[in-house]
Design a binder for this molecule. Structure first.
Ligand code: SF4
Length: 123
């Protein structure tokens, strides 16, 4: 029960984080898109984070977004970084071309995370 609650808090935080990145950290998102490897396999896992998106259509061959051309920026940009991959338990066909121990963080989240600031200063 506690684990489920914590997981839901983590997923909700991830949704807010992606929204903020797409709207306020566009340069970071662009850099991350350049580091992203792979192609979407249409599993639809990112459309079921926290709740099932009402625009998700499940088909035999995978998932389809019924508003694909008009989907929100945070959907189009998923996954932005490894934290996004963690939100789907790494069950996503994308990967990032950066060492997991030193994920690049946008300035917005470096300020909010003193531990990552220390790591960056040590390296
Ligand atoms: S979780 Fe990854 S592979 Fe699956 S639909 Fe989303 S972006 Fe595509």
């Amino acid at each position: 029960m506690a684990l489920k609650f914590r997981q839901k808090i983590k997923q909700a935080t991830g949704k807010v984080r992606r929204f903020a990145l797409v709207h306020f950290q566009k340069n970071y998102v662009d850099r991350q898109m350049a580091l992203r490897q792979g192609e979407c396999n249409r599993c639809g896992n990112c459309c079921e984070i926290l709740f099932r998106c009402p625009f998700l259509i499940k088909e035999d061959g995978g998932s389809v977004c019924s508003i694909y051309e008009d989907r929100p920026g945070q959907c189009a940009a998923f996954p932005i970084n490894e934290k996004c991959l963690a939100d789907v338990d790494f069950d996503c066909s994308f990967t990032f071309d950066v060492p997991a121990a030193h994920p690049q963080q946008p300035i917005l989240f470096q300020i909010a995370s003193p531990a990552s600031n220390r790591r960056a200063a040590d390296s």
